[in-house]
Design a protein around this ligand. Structure first.
Ligand code: UDP
Length: 248
């Protein structure tokens, strides 16, 4: 596995998009069971404010920086990410493209009712050959009988790969708590709002925003209610400078 980069206690992997997809498709075919998490600076800041979250987030075999804030922190701390930001939504789509050639099966879990099905339909049109073996929305009780029923459905589908799109850090907690009960799944991906993207219900920022590192700003314009969550960003940024100066 690639070299780890420690950003304020979260242990990221310095891999490119292609390397991440390679690692995941190999694991999907031959194991071992592998989880991908894609934390942004908001999640790292949540770990700093609630230390119990570190164990959950650092439990994934593959952790990529899905945000310019984390990439910037790498530079500030003198441990830059060679490949920059690796967007989870892109890792997921490239993996689907690869899996379409293999016959391995994918289960989509998360999003509002109907979204996973729409995402499966759109991805199926784009990558003929991809085998979706089940879909379930993300609005179920994450413990007890309801949760057990979801686990049973995934196990009965025989899925090799499971997309878990419940928002962060709920999806990371779900994977952490349930992965040992998944009997056929070899790869689990925590991918936030990706199903909304694949289904065409939420558009990604125009390329110019992505290029300028302003995808977060575009999302804020589209969903102003994210402002509360995004207040973690300046906290993380200035906190990282303070951390750097203190630990010089
Ligand atoms: N979601 C879900 N179950 C829940 C809460 C949220 O499936 O109990 C879904 C929601 O429909 C959306 C995604 O999780 O598709 C969260 O998207 P967001 O872009 O906010 O992801 P984040 O930025 O938190 O990774």
């Amino acid at each position: 596995m690639a070299e780890k980069i420690d950003i304020r206690g979260v242990k990221f992997d310095s891999v490119s998009l292609d390397e991440a997809v390679e690692i995941l498709s190999a694991a999907a075919a031959n194991g071992p069971q592998t989880a991908l998490y894609t934390p942004n600076s908001e999640i790292v800041q949540q770990c700093i404010e609630n230390n119990e979250l570190y164990e959950v987030i650092n439990s994934a075999e593959l952790i990529v920086p899905d945000g310019v804030g984390v990439v910037k922190a790498g530079k500030i701390l003198g441990t830059p990410f060679e490949h920059g930001k690796v967007a989870g939504i892109e890792v997921g789509e490239h993996l689907i493209e690869r899996l379409a050639e293999t016959g391995l099966s994918v289960y989509l879990l998360g999003g509002k009712p109907g979204i996973a099905e729409q995402a499966a339909e759109k991805l199926g049109e784009k990558y003929p050959g991809i085998r979706f073996c089940g879909c379930h929305d993300g609005y179920f009780k994450k413990s007890g009988e309801e949760n057990d029923a979801v686990i049973d459905a995934v196990n009965q589908s025989g899925a090799d790969v499971l997309f878990v799109c419940l928002g962060a850090p709920a999806q990371e907690k779900w994977i952490y708590e349930n992965r040992s009960k998944l009997t056929t799944v070899k790869v689990m991906l925590g991918l936030g709002g990706s199903l909304d993207g694949y289904s065409g219900n939420v558009k990604r920022a125009p390329k110019v925003f992505i290029k300028l590192g302003l995808e977060w700003f575009y999302r804020l314009l589209k969903e102003p209610k994210r402002i509360g969550r995004m207040m973690k960003l300046p906290k993380f940024y200035f906190g990282t400078w303070r951390y750097k100066l203190k630990n010089k």
